[in-house]
Design a protein around this ligand. Structure first.
Ligand code: BGC
Length: 365
C-alpha cells in the first residue's frame, strides 16, 4: 500500500526532493533498467491518459491532441481530467487498468500519491509513462517524457535578470519569488533551476528579495491557482513595498504571471519584469503589448506526439526512444526519459519562436 497520511506525505516528498537534490536535480549515475516494451500488444488497444486539473492551457491542448493523435494511430484513447483532485485521478487510473489499457500515460496532480494504482497497472501488464510531471517514489513507472524542467527554471531566472538589466542597467534590484504548487513534482525543479541563476545574485547583493520570502515553501502557490498568487502578491506589496520600487517577479508560469501583474497594477505600481511559462494566448498578447516580459515555448503538440510515438513503439514491441537514461531518479528508481528542449520567448524573438504556430504566430505580427 502506498496510501500516506498528510505528514507522511510531506516527509516522503521532502525525501524524494532531497534524493533528487543529492543527485543534482534528479541526476544520477546508475544506469536505467526497464523490462517493459518487450512483447508488444494488439493494434487498436485501449490507451489511458490521466491528466491533472486544467491549471494551464497546455493541459487543455493535450486533451485534444491525445484524443486525435491516439485515434489517428488506430488506438482507442481514454483521456480523463481529474478536476476534483487526487482521489478522482486514483479512481480513473484504476478504471483504466480494469478496462484493460495497455499503456497508461499519467500527468499527475501529485506524483507521489498514485503508488497503489500504478502497481495495479504494472501487475496487469500495462506500461506506465509519466507525462510532463515525474511519478515519484514508485518502481512502477517505465518512462518519462517531458520538457527539461530544470532548464525551464534556469531560463526564467536568466530572463528575469536580463529584463531588469535592460530597463535599468545597474542594480540593486528589488524582486519577489513565486513557485508553483508543492504537490506538482515539477514545481520545485522549476524553482531550483531559477535559483541556480538568482541565488548568486542575491548573495552578492545585486538582487534584494524585499519581503525576505526566499524559500520554496514560502514562495509556493497552492493548486497553481491565479487567485492564490494574486492574494500573495497583494500582501507582499502591502507588507513590504511602501514607496519602494518592485523591479521584478519570478513567476513559474503564465497564469500566475498575469495574476501577479493584475495585483501590481491594482496597487498602482508600474508593471515590473515578470517571467512566465506555457505560451498562453493571453500572455503572448501581454508580451507583445510590453507588459509580461517572458514566457517559455514548450510546444504541447511535440510533447504529445512524442508520447504517442512511444505508444506506437510499445505496440510493435520495440523500445521507445530515450535521450536521457540516467538523470531522473524518482526516489525509488532511475526513470528512462525523453526530454524536449524548452525555449525562452520575449517580445524580441516571439515572431521567430511562433512562426509555425497558427494561433500564436499571428499575434506576434
Ligand atoms: C507544467 C507547466 C504548467 C503547470 C501548471 C506544470 O507541471 O509543466 O507547464 O504551467 O504544471 O499547470
Amino acid at each position: 500500500m502506498f496510501k500516506l497520511n498528510k505528514t507522511a506525505k510531506s516527509v516522503a516528498v521532502v525525501l524524494a526532493v532531497s534524493a533528487l537534490a543529492l543527485t543534482g536535480c534528479g541526476r544520477s549515475e546508475s544506469p536505467a533498467a526497464s523490462s517493459s516494451g518487450a512483447g508488444g500488444f494488439a493494434a487498436g488497444s485501449l490507451i489511458g491518459v490521466a491528466l491533472p486539473q486544467k491549471t494551464s492551457e497546455n493541459w487543455v491542448l493535450a486533451e485534444k491532441l491525445f484524443n486525435d493523435g491516439l485515434t489517428q494511430a488506430g488506438f482507442k484513447g481514454d483521456v480523463q481530467f481529474a478536476n476534483n483532485g487526487v482521489a478522482e485521478q486514483q479512481n480513473q487510473i484504476s478504471a483504466m487498468v480494469t478496462k484493460g489499457a495497455k499503456v497508461i500515460i499519467v500527468g499527475a496532480i501529485d506524483g507521489g500519491q498514485l503508488g497503489t494504482q500504478l502497481k495495479q497497472a504494472k501487475d496487469a501488464g500495462a506500461t506506465v509513462i509519466a507525462y510532463d510531471r515525474l511519478l515519484l517514489n514508485t518502481p512502477n513507472v517505465d518512462y518519462y517524457v517531458a520538457y527539461d524542467n530544470f532548464k525551464v527554471g534556469e531560463l526564467q531566472g536568466q530572463a528575469l535578470l536580463d529584463g531588469m538589466k535592460a530597463k535599468k542597467p545597474t542594480g540593486p534590484y528589488n524582486i519577489e519569488l513565486f513557485a508553483g504548487s508543492p504537490d506538482d513534482a515539477n514545481a520545485k525543479v522549476f524553482f531550483d533551476g531559477a535559483m541556480k541563476i538568482l541565488q548568486p545574485k542575491i548573495d552578492d547583493g545585486t538582487l534584494k528579495v524585499v519581503s525576505g520570502q526566499k524559500t520554496f515553501e514560502q514562495a509556493v502557490t497552492q493548486g497553481w491557482k491565479a487567485e492564490n498568487a494574486q492574494k500573495r502578491m497583494d500582501s507582499l506589496l502591502v507588507g513590504s513595498y511602501g514607496s519602494a520600487a518592485l523591479d521584478g517577479v519570478l513567476s513559474p508560469n503564465d497564469t500566475l504571471a498575469r495574476a501577479i501583474i493584475t495585483s501590481v497594477k491594482a496597487a498602482g505600481k508600474p508593471v515590473p519584469i515578470v517571467t512566465g511559462q506555457d505560451s498562453e494566448v493571453e500572455s503572448v498578447k501581454s508580451i507583445m503589448a510590453g507588459e509580461q516580459y517572458s514566457t517559455i515555448n514548450k510546444d504541447t503538440t511535440a510533447l504529445v506526439n512524442h508520447a504517442i510515438e512511444m505508444v506506437k513503439g510499445l505496440q510493435k514491441g520495440t523500445k521507445p526512444e530515450i535521450n536521457d537514461p540516467t538523470s531522473y531518479n524518482n526516489g525509488t528508481k532511475v526513470v528512462p526519459a525523453f526530454l524536449l528542449v524548452p525555449k525562452i520567448v520575449t517580445k524580441a524573438n516571439a515572431a521567430e519562436q511562433y512562426a509555425n504556430d497558427k494561433v500564436l504566430g499571428p499575434l506576434t505580427k
